[in-house]
Write a protein that binds this ligand. Structure first.
Ligand SMILES: [Zn+2]
Length: 140
């Protein structure tokens, strides 16, 4: 098995001071079996070879931690629905008198729970998609 000998004209990774990162370089000159001078394939500058074994430059786009797929209200909704008796949900209708704590079944948003009501006709309902302000008939 023949060991590949690095020689001028070969390509190697080197730290480029202009590009400020490790880029592909063409070897320009060798000193013994060490790479001496290299030409950056990106910017074309010729400089002394700098090994890329040094700590890698910090990525300019640090990976952001994975966001939880569910929002807080979605988690809350799941918790509510886990304990709620959905068979008691009432169909959502403007005229149906409602109170805080009622489960309602909305034609578009699905199952929801009334978090609060504001007289005479507003209520905050938590749905799977989030909390929504809906018109309603607040019961006395
Ligand atoms: Zn360069």
């Amino acid at each position: 098995m023949t060991k590949k000998v690095t020689a001028a004209g070969d390509h190697t990774l080197s730290r480029c001071s202009k590009c400020k990162e490790s880029t592909n370089h063409t070897i320009v000159a060798m000193v013994g079996d060490r790479v001496a001078r290299v030409e950056c394939n990106v910017c074309g500058s010729i400089h002394n070879h700098r090994s890329t074994t040094a700590p890698k430059p910090r990525s300019t786009s640090p990976r952001t931690p994975a966001q939880p797929r569910k929002t807080r209200s979605q988690t809350q909704w799941v918790d509510i629905m886990a304990t709620a008796d959905q068979t008691r949900a009432i169909p959502y209708h403007l005229k149906t008198p409602v109170k805080t704590g009622y489960l309602i079944n909305h034609p578009s948003f699905g199952m929801g729970k009334i978090l609060s009501t504001t007289r005479p006709n507003k209520m905050e309902v938590i749905f799977e998609q989030g909390v929504k302000l809906l018109l309603c008939n607040v019961a006395d």
